[in-house]
Design a binder for this molecule. Structure first.
Ligand code: ZN
Length: 179
């Protein structure tokens, strides 16, 4: 990718190109960084949004951002023409390679599209203090964005177990939103 002056791009409107050329820009530091930095960004952002909008709206904004991320991630990095099992295997590998977490499918109903997914060693929450609340709203959106990109159907995804509720994995129930 050339280092162009992109006049028609704005950093306030997300597109995949806004991620930029990480390899070139980061030089010796490379593409990786500690989870600490990610969580520092995530939970200070949530703190700020919650102060301004209240916690429910803040979580909703996180879910919406996750949805945009999941949708763009799927369209730009995954092969959406694969059959379901191959797609899931590719997604699993990708999330593992990117150190997002260990994805597993617990249940899937091909008739209704209902799905139960777990994520272990989750980037967002594994190791968090237990506060008896689910915290992975961004992940809810991320997963629904991926499922929609692949199936063409809108998905409602809800986290039912989380490290922060005292569980070892995050568990997400996904169901197709009726038109
Ligand atoms: Zn969680």
């Amino acid at each position: 990718m050339k280092n162009v002056f992109a006049q028609d791009m704005k950093h306030t409107t997300f597109s995949w190109d806004n991620i930029g050329n990480i390899t070139e820009g980061r030089g010796d530091l490379g593409e990786d960084m500690p989870v600490l930095v990610y969580r520092l960004m995530q939970y200070t952002m949530l703190d700020e949004l919650a102060k301004v909008y209240g916690i429910d709206r803040a979580n909703e904004h996180f879910r919406n951002a996750g949805y945009l991320a999941g949708s763009e991630f799927a369209k730009n990095t995954l092969d959406l023409s694969l059959d379901f099992n191959s797609f899931l295997a590719a997604l699993q590998k990708s999330l593992h390679d990117l150190k997002v977490g260990v994805l597993r499918m617990e249940a899937f109903d091909p008739d209704t599209g209902e799905i139960v997914l777990t994520v272990g060693q989750d980037l967002d929450c594994s190791g968090l203090p237990i506060t008896n609340e689910t915290v992975c709203y961004y992940d809810e959106g991320f997963i629904s964005g991926i499922l929609e990109a692949y199936t063409g159907k809108k998905y409602d995804v809800h986290e039912v177990d989380c490290w922060a509720t005292g569980d070892r994995v995050c568990r997400f129930n996904g169901s197709v939103v009726a038109d």
